[in-house]
Design a protein around this ligand. Sequence first.
Ligand code: S3P
Length: 422
Amino acid sequence: MKIQKLSRARGTITVPGDKSISHRAVMLGALADGVTHITGFLNGADCLSTIDCFRAMGIETEIKGTDVTVYGKGLYGLKKPERTLYTGNSGTTTRLLCGILAGQPFDCTISGDASIAKRPMGRVTKPLSLMGADIENEYCPLIIRGKRLHGMDYHMTVASAQVKTALILAGLYAEGETVIHEIEKSRDHTELMLRAMGADIEVDGLTIRVNKAERLAPQDVAVPGDISSAAFFLVLGAILPDSEITIKNVGINPTRTGIIDVLRDMGADMEIKNERTSAGEPAADITIRSSELHGTEIGGAIIPRLIDELPAIAAAAVFANGRTIIRDAAELKVKETDRIRAVVDEFTKCGIAVTETDDGMIIDGGRPIHGADFATYGDHRMAMSLAVLSQCAEGGSTIDDESCVAVSYPGFFADLYGLDDN
Ligand code: S3P
């Protein structure tokens, strides 16, 4: 597909609902005693995979656009699926399901697409086995034999909200207390939602304690816009001259706002307005204007707070004066594709000075770049980052697969092109 170029980007948009919160609202809604109404649900491929898996386990759901109703059957109400649970491209569905299914009174199998088959699942299956889980294979397909679980005291070895959540969910079924120590603070949507549903869960810094639950009280969930989707427009607004974009109702949970800190640090002209709390999650409207950016260093504790935004941040770095160094981000190698390799290979095609390192990349920005024929590797966030990068390149660009944006942002190109007011 040829990427259309905007002369400038001006306007107000609302990005789709948060992917992480949408997944959790369906999963925890299914395990609650009664009905959960979700508004602002991300009606994208990944979250639909979650709904599909729960339907296969007897959970009725109604989808009307971004309104979803989940008819929960309680923690012990899932039925054995008669088919393999297919999680598509969704790492979150796959890993969180492992936590729920490990303690069920039935066996089942999970598999996904070609990308999922390459993503490491040992990071969830190994700690779950310490709770008594029986899961065969470290890559999909995973064969899960339901077992009685027991609590544990576990020090995580990766900074991952998916791993943390799988262990918390298993903890709801485990005898005794489950204590999880994170190495860095990762997104805490599960903890917030479970607390609101009455679960016995406590968070003290990097330590989470959860106890076996008898019931979860259903909670209506108003999902805020996904900051990971807003990221593309935050970067676009900053790098494209004469631009001003307002993004309404973006989730600004502090475990997710690393991109705001980094763009501010790079000199972005950004305003956060109308801060409010919706279903326990903070949200706000964000306005970004064309900015003179400069390079920065990104590493350490901020990485889990912006892990999904790094391809977009890398695009911002290309138009920032000076050097940007991204480190401590080796997790990028095990996302939907190896996002370090993918960014380096694709950016290099435009004449960008970008070097791959063991745990990140170095970008020397502030030089003119030209368009190119890009590969997306079937990765939604690569596709959207390359579409944004192309806006500021000399000449035209193409991407080989625009359909992958449907994983998290089906209307991305319509929203992008709608910002051209000329
Ligand atoms: C997610 C956690 C992150 C993130 C993913 C969604 C979640 O993955 O990259 O898009 O909803 O818990 P990791 O846990 O692998 O860091």
